[in-house]
Ligand binder design. Structure first.
Ligand SMILES: *Cc1c(COP(=O)(O)O)cnc(C)c1O
Length: 383
């Protein structure tokens, strides 16, 4: 085969790419399950790298998606997602006109950046944090200031106040936080809300909110922001506790319809596919499946946290479906050893956290395999 034309094309393409884009890191989805299967020889890979639900989806959601596939493949979906927006609105007591849908909630993160940010604008978010809270602003040429947690993974009120005093246009706050799994309490959330300038958009990312809601110290962001006369949006998703990561649907509830209308101008018109809309409507109505997923996840989080700590590993208290674990050495090497055993976790790469892995929990049996492999690997590394 002759590869010369491709090389010439690359030389011509490179100067076309915007500098902001060329300098971006690529999103790290974690190791590829097929490669780990080949490497480990494991019959079944245990994938703990993407915070997916091991408890599946509501049977009603699966059925609704299947029905939609059977009769709707040749038709565009409803571009307004009206029935889903109304169902979300009803369930949360907000008008459907203040609900935005997304092809996953990360799609909404991107739309917010496209609608709001000019080059040079400041965005404030947390560290360690969710990579897209930094990547999407940088695509727009914005500057990103990351507020670190305290040494004990706590909320640093003074650091937040100082960062917010610099006049951001957009604030991305995840509660619970990914990757630590920690939550801000009502008072800490209030510090951020009070210190965020009224000229800024406050984005509260509650991708893991359903798991945390059983924690009495966890403030419902929508209830905290609902009455405020300032721009805000709360983002939630069907990917995590509802288990619908594969179908890509999330939503946001905004302070006002003007923000929703701006996002409508930016987005692609048919951005949430038909089976996704149908599955999400059904999932919203299945309270039992959600409650059961949250209950079983909580039991495993408590059990695995206890076992890892008993083995001498540092584990951040988590109100989510994943754990942030101090392996005591460079976690990239630990992750590679886990891959050889057929277990995929995410080795954290942010400066200061290179000894940590983030591992989503799975079924009790899979979690036992993970705990055994990880504790063996970490014990071996000790003198
Ligand atoms: C998983 C996740 C999301 C979004 O996931 P979608 O599948 O796009 O809905 C958003 N924010 C955080 C912090 C997440 O961990």
């Amino acid at each position: 085969m002759n590869h010369a034309p491709a090389a010439a094309a690359t030389a011509a393409t490179t100067p076309l790419i915007r500098a902001e884009v060329a300098g971006l890191p690529r999103y790290d989805p974690g190791a590829d399950p097929d490669e780990v299967a080949a490497l480990s020889g494991a019959r079944r890979v245990i994938k703990l790298s993407n915070n997916e639900s091991p408890f599946g989806v509501s049977p009603a959601a699966a059925e609704a998606a299947g029905r939609s596939l059977a009769d709707g493949l040749s038709r565009y979906p409803d571009p307004t997602g009206r029935r889903l927006a109304e169902a979300v609105g009803r369930s949360l007591d907000v008008p459907a006109g203040r609900v935005v849908l997304g092809n996953g909630s990360e799609n909404i993160l991107q739309l917010l950046c496209q609608a709001v940010l000019d080059p040079g604008d400041l965005v404030v978010t947390q560290a360690p944090g969710f990579s897209l809270h930094e990547t999407f602003p940088r695509v727009m040429g914005a500057r990103v200031e990351k507020v670190p947690v305290t040494a004990g993974f706590g909320f640093d009120a003074d650091a937040w106040r100082a960062a917010l005093a610099a006049g951001p246009k957009l604030v991305f706050l995840a509660n619970p936080c990914n990757p630590t799994g920690a939550v801000l309490d009502a008072g800490q959330l209030e510090v951020v809300v009070a210190a965020t300038p009224r000229s800024a958009l406050l984005v509260l990312d509650e991708a893991y909110g359903e798991f945390a809601r059983t924690d009495p110290g966890y403030p419902d962001g929508l209830e905290a922001l609902r009455g405020l006369d300032r721009p805000w949006i709360v983002l939630r998703t069907f990917s995590k506790a509802y288990g619908l990561a594969g179908i890509r649907v999330g939503y946001g509830i905004a302070s006002d319809t003007a923000l929703i209308q701006a996002l409508d101008r930016v987005r692609t018109p048919y951005h949430v596919n038909r089976p996704a809309q149908e599955a999400a409507i059904a999932a919203l109505g299945d309270h039992r499946h959600l409650a059961e997923t949250v209950r079983r996840t909580g039991l495993e989080i408590a059990r695995v946290t206890g076992r890892l700590r008993a083995a001498g590993l540092g584990v951040v208290p988590s109100s989510t479906n994943f754990l942030f674990i101090d392996t005591g050495r460079r976690s990239a090497g630990v992750a590679r050893e886990l891959h050889r055993a057929g277990v995929i976790v995410k080795a954290w790469q942010e400066p200061g956290y290179e000894n940590y892995i983030r591992a989503s929990l799975s079924t009790p049996g899979d979690n036992d395999v993970f705990v055994r492999c990880l504790t063996e690997i970490c014990a071996k590394g000790k003198p």
